[in-house]
Design a protein around this ligand. Structure first.
Ligand code: SF4
Length: 537
């Protein structure tokens, strides 16, 4: 039998570590033939701590909201060949490739709902998160057991680099960091630059309030990211990659370092990968948590040891990036998509998602929503489906009023526009952005002017100060919002707020300043009445 405990940051934060330790001690005392395995997060953060139990040939059963006092019951049940049915949330039938058995239907499990019968899981399409929370992120053998590194193995041994690149181009994969630039095109531009040295970088500087998709991807399945980068390096033609990750993600850093060491030991990173003449290795660079260092030119400056401030483009990184060499920068989720594209083919991938928006997107669904967690859906899914069908609407039975997509640079979208699909163009059309994938739900009690103030306050604190519109403009925006919220604003202040926001967006140097006014502009447009009620008209 096998017992797993979800030990991503979310699981550990609500007691997963104590549960794991208690089970470990009990297992040591009783010395049964049983494996206890730490995993990442299966996405249903609201139901953590999540423990799974499984017997060979029987379903994998998820137990939710487990506490230390449940541990003896769990262990007793497992040792007597069953599971603690009273704690069971659902079961997964096809999973035990990890234990080397063919699945057989487990008798006595019928009353436990199937995984797909739980709306939170059943309404999703898991491609990137397929093994998150199931496999041990600190054991490369488990990644190999679920087919990991088979795409890289096959590509390096049987495909030309150009063929790999063409597959990514044909897949239509767009960058998941926010801008949605075609990943294959960026690879090609970097590949075609003449240079003695090129780099690829993974942007793991996830800093949006409420967004933790990338953290989970790295904590739960770090080899998936490494495999994506190997494929990218092979296609572009480079022997060196870096992962730039914020220091506030210590668990992700630890698991990535462990995964890189495991891959090196098996000859999956380093010289002559898989016995071919292709060599590639990955280093980790940590950032100190400045939001602006997620901007590509600031990120490179930070790696080089300079102050993390953006510079005007051109030159683009693909022309002159790290150490002045052509550099391809993609975010965590973009890299994670590559192995499935190479493994299943670009046509398979294009069939997921929508026109010009192929594939899935992982979102962190947080805020005033009942079922908080990580959600993976095909691009083109409506907000309504994500918030109501998967998230089950407002927390504590309250009415949902709006969502904010795209982090501090995104817009606030009112309920009446929830038929909008989440894809790059549709969100832009209503004044918001996809961003890296944060979805913050707001209920009927939310003051939207206060929400705008929160995000402007965040952006003001994170502005690097290099250009005046962003540095000074955001400060004045904050002053105006504070005045309005204190009941001392005027109708003229609202006009100033709008024109100031438009000016900041139009004249700031980098994406931070260009998008920071979005929360103000969208709340002014969609929730004008709330502003009007606060000012002297
Ligand atoms: Fe710095 Fe803001 Fe200007 Fe970007 S827009 S360079 S963050 S001051």
């Amino acid at each position: 039998p096998r017992i797993t405990v979800g030990l991503a940051t979310c699981g550990a934060a609500v007691g997963g570590t104590a549960i794991y330790e208690r089970l470990r001690e009990s297992i040591q005392k009783r010395n049964p033939d049983l494996s206890l395995v730490p995993t990442g997060c299966i996405g249903y953060c609201r139901e953590e701590p999540i423990v799974t139990v499984a017997h060979p040939g029987k379903p994998l059963v998820l137990l939710n909201r487990v506490s230390v006092k449940d541990c003896d019951d769990i262990l007793n049940a497992v040792l007597s060949g069953t599971v603690p049915h009273d704690k069971a949330l659902c079961r997964i039938e096809e999973w035990d490739h990890l234990m080397g058995h063919n699945i057989t239907y487990g008798r006595g499990f019928d009353e436990i709902p199937l995984y797909d019968e739980i709306p939170f899981f059943g309404q999703q399409k898991k491609v990137i998160l397929r093994d998150a929370g199931i496999i041990n992120p600190e054991d490369i053998d488990e990644f190999l057991a679920v087919g990991g590194y088979s795409a890289a193995y096959n590509a390096l041994r049987n495909m030309e680099p150009d063929t790999v690149l063409e597959e990514v181009e044909k897949s239509g994969l767009r960058g998941r960091g926010g801008a949605g630039f075609p990943a294959g095109l960026k690879w090609r531009i970097t590949k075609e630059k003449k240079s003695d040295k090129k780099y690829i970088i993974c942007n793991a500087d996830e800093g949006d309030p409420g967004a933790y998709m990338n953290r989970n991807e790295m904590e739960s399945d770090p080899h998936m990211l490494i495999e994506g980068m190997i494929l990218g390096a092979y296609a572009i033609g480079t022997d060196e990659g870096l992962i730039y990750i914020r220091a506030e993600y210590p668990l992700a850093i630890r698991r990535l370092k462990h995964a890189i060491a495991e891959a090196r030991e098996l000859g999956i990173l380093g010289e002559n990968i898989f016995g071919t003449d292709f060599s590639f290795d990955i280093q980790i660079a940590t950032g100190a948590g400045a939001f602006v260092c997620g901007e590509s030119t600031a990120l490179v400056a930070s790696i080089e040891g300079r102050t993390g401030r953006p510079h005007p483009r051109p030159p683009r990184l693909t022309d002159s990036g790290l150490w002045g060499k052509p550099t391809d920068l993609n975010n965590v989720e973009t890299w994670c998509n590559v192995p499935v594209i190479i493994k299943n083919g670009s046509e398979w991938y294009r069939n997921i998602g929508a026109e010009k928006n192929s594939g899935t997107k992982v979102f962190s669904l947080v805020g005033d929503v009942e079922k908080v967690g990580l959600v993976e859906v095909p691009l083109g899914t409506t907000l309504k489906r994500i918030v109501f069908d998967i998230g089950n609407g407002g927390a504590d039975g309250k009415a949902v009023k709006a969502v904010q997509t795209g982090g501090p640079s995104g817009g606030c979208i009112p309920l009446r526009l929830f038929d909008t699909t989440v894809d790059f163009e549709s969100l832009n059309a209503i004044g918001s952005i996809m961003g890296s994938g944060g979805i913050v739900v707001m209920d009927e009690d939310t003051n939207m002017v206060d929400i705008a103030r929160y995000f402007i306050s965040f952006a003001t604190g994170e502005s690097c100060g290099k250009c005046i519109p962003c540095r000074e403009g955001l400060k004045h925006t904050l002053i105006l919002l504070n005045r309005i919220l204190a009941g001392k604003g005027t109708a003229e202040d609202l006009d100033t707020l709008k024109s100031l926001s438009e000016t900041i967006a139009a004249t700031s140097l980098c994406g931070l300043g260009q998008t920071a006014p979005n929360p103000v502009l969208t709340t002014l447009e969609y929730f004008r009445g709330e502003y009007d009620s606060l000012v002297k008209l």
